[in-house]
Write a protein that binds this ligand. Sequence first.
Ligand SMILES: *Cc1c(COP(=O)(O)O)cnc(C)c1O
Length: 464
Amino acid sequence: MTIREQLSQLPSVDECLKSPFGTGLLDLFPRKTVLRAVREVIDSRRKGILDGAASDVSVEAIAHDIESVVRKLSSYKLRPLINATGIVIHTNLGRSLLSEKALDHVISTARSYTNLEYEISTGRRGKRYSHIKDIIRELTGAEDSVVVNNNAAAVLLCLDTFARGREVIVSRGELVEIGGSFRIPEVMKASGAILREVGTTNKTHPADYENALCGDTALLLKVHQSNYRVIGFTEEVPLERLAKIGKDYRIPVVADLGSGSMINLAQYGVTGEPSVQEVVRTGADIVTFSGDKLLGGPQAGIIIGKEKLISVIQKNPMMRAMRIDKMTLASLEATFMQYLDEEKAIKEIPTVRMLTETADEIKTRAKKILSSLKKDISGQPGMEVVPDESQAGGGSLPEINFPTFAVSIRPSHISVNELEKRLRLGDPPVIGRIKDNALLLDARTVQDNEVKELARRVRAALTM
Ligand SMILES: *Cc1c(COP(=O)(O)O)cnc(C)c1O
């Protein structure tokens, strides 16, 4: 057949849509989507013919391609995936998973009208933040609180409220960058506050802060170093001491905690990360932390502290632009309430559970993955459970490596990079990590209900 003859055999868009196959698709999917898929497939077949690739181009023959394009166009772009990296608070993978209780509360309050800003007892207008004020006070000991979109917004709001056009004293060792776009000097600039750096990269003394105080000083800011540590010949001013200086000179002290753990992690071998309660007890006037880091809740920025200062923050018109929605509020309320029973919180809040799980528990899950995997792959050598280390992530606990167990795979017939790619491109995608020419699937961040699916994905990737 000549190219011209082949082209004349291509069905028209209309023929495709009117065929039994086309009407079947139109019953299930939006017309726009089907139309786009039909056009795409016919176009690509036309190009194929022009490039000299002869093929059957009847409606029946291209139906399969059209259907897969329709399915691809109709699937969500934001998708669940299996995190086998071992990094618990993985910012690129969405940080914390919500607990079942948080999810339930979100669903029941999102499908219904609520008393979001309505006081049921009086029938009057109520306050959005009032619902979680008491539970936050009970858990942290802070007088008052307000919650915004994320911790970056929380810091910005504090600076804007108290230090616009005035000076904020920060140690040079704390001028950190957190995940690209959040850099303390830049946030400071954006808020209109003037950065007054004191001390050196490795050492800052109380006198450095005191000598920098002047009539223009609005705040003393302490920033959690988060994703890095200064080790060796170092000295920083503890928050207690800074709070004392603030009190003596009547300058508010703000602590940007970053992660903010509600429980004392020392009992789980994680030292050097004070709990939010301990930080409040230092006497800092305002403390801010993230909702979706160590707390294990939704994205949010939690601002807690002295009632007088919080009420000033609440009057800042910028609050309105940073306010949280009812779904965030519901999941925060549920998550905070879970901390009333710490033992249960550790088991039921996924982030906290994954961080406090023992190596033995993780080993058991890794073994389950491996045995499920081996079930019907015979003759696949190079699969074993190996000890390794995982990280908290999210700029939390950078110097701590958590002992973990992973399923290590050294494929015999494809490269390890090819296996990594097949798993990543699968459905659901599986994200692991490559180490020493093996693919490691860290069992710490694999959920129990994902074990079978994970094994299926790996089997499919190895045998496709
Ligand atoms: C993570 C972090 C932030 C930013 O918090 P988000 O909730 O991601 O906006 C700010 N400061 C510190 C110290 C952090 O660790």
